[in-house]
Design a binder for this molecule. Structure first.
Ligand SMILES: Cc1ncc(COP(=O)(O)O)c(C=O)c1O
Length: 365
């Protein structure tokens, strides 16, 4: 089987993990601080707060923004469901905004139309290796006096006009789930330049207190701690990040070349202001479902685009606006992510390209 995605793990992670085990510090300690410092250096954010996963990082960011019952937060209709669930966990109400047809990220015009007197914030998601239109969204927030929290779960390394995504809003988050560009197994980080927000996020993940070892709790908080094992793997992964990004760009280029003569295939557009990281290479085809089945029969794993939020079974009958978002639905029907791991071999990629050429009846070669 050719996997759609997998992490690149080798002796460098093992060596770091051995160090952690020998140190006997398994919960948050020096390596977690080092991992956070390396994330700050990479992104340029003033604060990076490591957490158990990206979903709780989003939850803490929304809570820190003061989301309350009935507050509306705009999220793109095409995203992993954690984006909108985190709004709900914080007590808010997600409002699903259609995406643009080229990048499949939140459409700023649709966002403007979705604003009501109850809108408190916008949570753009930087999807499939590119970035949402951050200039237009920043302007929208300024015009309507609302905040932005960026879901950059998939977007480590992605830049908008040279600046790392996740640092444009009041806060942003990254995820280090196993299928991400780099992983810590589970893991997430809140990015922010705001000292007070950073303190609130830290408290929320640390039982409501400013440091470990205190047992008088001024605030209600939870336990979303990171571990030294995660930090160890993350530090080793960060050292590989430039190589992973370069290899993923090569993979995308080779797919592009392989499909050049197939008129039924298009690749998502990379806007001029974006330095992408091709976490996944995705293609746009007339019908994603039958192609995915055809490839599965040849032991080639692919991944469909997200089912739009307005169609999620768990969101029916919740009083949310479930009107069709046409571009999001279009992306779901036409988008397919191909095998894109760092470790994908040239032979495997050739097999994927060959199978897709067969499917479309294109001449091989
Ligand atoms: C867009 C998006 N948001 C949020 C998450 C949640 O992150 P985590 O799995 O670390 O909780 C993910 C991925 O897993 C994601 O792709």
């Amino acid at each position: 089987v050719i996997p759609q995605i997998g992490p690149w793990i080798d002796d460098s992670e093992l060596a770091m993990l051995r160090e952690v085990c020998a140190s006997t510090y398994l919960t948050e300690h020096n390596l977690t601080s080092r991992f956070e410092a390396e994330i700050r250096a990479l992104t340029g954010a003033k604060h990076a707060i490591a957490m158990s996963n990206g979903t709780v990082a989003l939850y803490c960011a929304f809570r820190a923004m003061g989301v309350e019952q009935g507050d509306e937060v705009l999220v793109p209709d095409l995203t992993f469901i954690a984006t909108s669930n985190a709004v709900m966990m914080a007590g808010g109400r997600p409002v699903f905004v259609d995406v643009d047809h080229e990048t499949f990220c939140m459409d700023p015009d649709a966002a403007a139309r979705a604003i009501t007197p109850r809108t408190r914030g916008v949570c753009p998601v930087h999807l499939y290796g590119v970035s949402a239109q951050l200039d237009a969204l920043t302007e929208l927030c300024r015009d309507h006096d609302i905040w932005m929290v960026e879901d950059a779960a998939q977007a480590i390394g992605v830049r908008w006009k040279g600046r790392h995504v996740g640092t444009f809003g009041r806060a942003g988050i990254l995820s280090f789930y196993g299928n991400k560009t780099i992983t810590t197994g589970e893991g997430g980080v809140v990015l922010t330049d705001d000292d007070e927000l950073a303190r609130t996020c830290y408290r929320l993940k640390n039982h409501g207190r400013d440091a470990k070892g205190l047992f008088v709790h001024e605030h209600v908080g939870f336990n979303f701690s990171f571990t030294e094992m995660q930090a160890a793997v993350g530090i080793a992964q960060l050292a590989k990040l430039p190589r992973i990004i370069a290899r993923k760009a090569e993979i995308r280029r080779d797919y592009e070349t392989g499909f050049r003569s197939i008129r039924q295939i298009a690749l998502p557009v990379v806007p001029q202001d974006v330095s992408p990281v091709f976490w996944f290479t995705s293609i746009i085809v007339p019908e994603a479902a039958p192609l995915a089945s055809f490839l599965a029969e040849r032991d080639i794993q692919t991944r469909r685009f997200f089912l739009p939020l307005h169609l999620q079974p768990c969101y029916q009958a919740k009083g949310l606006d479930l009107a069709t978002r046409p571009s999001s639905l279009w992306a779901y029907e036409h988008g397919l992510s191909l095998p894109s791991s760092y470790q994908l071999t040239d032979d495997q990629q050739g097999e994927v390209i060959g199978a897709i050429r067969d499917y479309f009846g294109a001449a091989t070669g």
